[in-house]
Every structure is written in structure tokens, then in C-alpha cells.
Ligand binder design. Sequence first.
Ligand SMILES: C[S@@+](CC[C@H](N)C(=O)[O-])C[C@H]1O[C@@H](n2cnc3c(N)ncnc32)[C@H](O)[C@@H]1O
Length: 283
Amino acid sequence: MRQVDITSVRAGLGAYPGYRLDATGREDFEGGRLELLEQIFDPGSRQRRDLVQPGWRCLEVGAGRGSMAAWLAEQVGPGGTVVATDIDLTYLDRLHAPNLEVRRHNILDDALDELDPGSFDLVCSRLTLFWLAGRQAEVIGRMVECLRPGGWLIDEDGDWGTAGPVDPSHPLYAGYQRAYQSGGWFASRGYDPFFGRKLSELFEHNGLVKIDQQATAEVVRGGSPWARWWRDTLDAIREWGPTDDGATESAEEDHEALTAACMEPSLWFMTELLHTCRGQRPG
Ligand SMILES: C[S@@+](CC[C@H](N)C(=O)[O-])C[C@H]1O[C@@H](n2cnc3c(N)ncnc32)[C@H](O)[C@@H]1O
């Protein structure tokens, strides 16, 4: 099996890759991918945000299509407020609730003052920090600055080493594993496949207390909503090969092996581990 070390890959790639699922020019496809994401993850995310109280002020960073921001707006009620931010408002602009405010904001580079730092009871993000490779500690620090003393930060992010078929005797197993390398596929594109498991450490480093982190995974069939979402994600970043030069022949073969497995109903997959980390700003 090929082994990929993210440190040496980074040295080869130069700048960190940043977010690569920009919807520009492919709005319908990305809208469908985000809708699947919400269908798969919203039920668990609602449970994991069960601390939210009526009257709270909440911030959702990288809100995407906005289902969790809309849900938070219902939970905080008319006496509370929710601010939903993203670099791209294609989908958020459709949301309308009197206590929900949508703002274009880049959590990496835009001024934090635009978000009213120190004012939020709850700051959340889901499946966004993974893509901000190399800047995650800094971004968590910025989200912590948005909290009022005593406020809570919740992030949900993936640990992608586990995502793959479970039966080594299945004809599509070997091709998938050869391409995916237990997450080395992500590492060779500049992303840390094991990012999710590092959240507690990053929260602690940023001064949070009462840290609690848990992870869940499921085993699902090829063709299931999760497998289609994973296939769509692979499709969306297919032109980005393991170097900045774009797709290579072997990257195309890898893509075929990964996506064929995703759509094969006789194949069972273990999903990524979805980590949820909560921490409180002292005060
Ligand atoms: C994978 S989507 C997840 C969307 C949403 N959090 C959810 O779980 O339904 C990641 C989102 O983060 C946004 N994003 C990427 N980089 C960002 C940045 N630097 N600042 C704010 N949002 C960003 C993207 O535009 C996208 O909507």
C-alpha cells in the first residue's frame, strides 16, 4: 500500500490548498451535495447542540445551505438571534426568519469586529474547519474570541481514515483501498485526514474548559445517501490531483475506483468518524 506523509506533501505543494468546493458555476450540483450533507448529519447535529436555550445569541460559521442556522433560530426563539456566516451566500440568501441574520464573512481573513466579538452564547461550525488546512488553530482562536465569557464552542469535523469498504473479499475493496490509502488520498491533496481527532487539543490550546469530544460512525451501503454524498464530494474535487498540476492518469484511475465502490449496493462502507467537540470559554 502507498504511504503518504502529509508533512512532506505540504513541502511539495507550497501554499495550503484552502476550500476547494466553491459553488461558482456549479451551483445546482453543490446545492444537491449540501442538501445530502444536511439530510445525513442534521439529526445528530441537533442532538449535539441540545444545550442551546431560548434567548441565546448564536453564530454559525461556514453555514453552507443553512439548515442548522435555521434550526438554531427556531430554538432561540423571538428573544434570541442567530448570525449565519459564509464566504458564499448562494444558498443562505434564501433563508428568512426575523431573528436570523446572514452575513458574508471569511473566518480566515475578514475583520472579526464585523461579527461583534465577545457577544455570542454559542459559536458552531460543521465540516468546515477540515478544509481550512494549516489555519485551523487560528480559526478556532477567532471563533473563541466571538464567545462571551461562559459561552460555548461546538465543532463537528471528520476523521477520514476510516471511510471505506469493510469486506476485503469484495471485488471493489482492493481498488478502493489502493486509491484511498486509509486517508492518504486526502493527505496527498494537502488536507489532514485525521483532523477531527485533534479538536480537543486545539480547544484546550485556545483556553477553553469543560472540553468534551465524542465521535460516531455508521456502516452503510453503496448507493445510500452517505455514499452518494461521498461520491459527489470526490467528483467535486476530482480535477485536483495529488499535485497542483491537476489530474494525472493515476488520479483518474483512483477516482474511478473510489466512485464505483460508492455506488455499488452490494458493498458495505464504514463512514468517516464524525467528531463533535464542545468547550466553554472561562468566565
Ligand atoms: C462542507 S460545507 C458545510 C456547510 C455547513 N456547515 C453544513 O454542515 O451544512 C463548508 C462551508 O464552509 C464555507 N467556507 C469555506 N471556507 C470558509 C471561510 N474561510 N469562511 C467562512 N466560510 C467558509 C463554504 O462556503 C461552505 O459553505
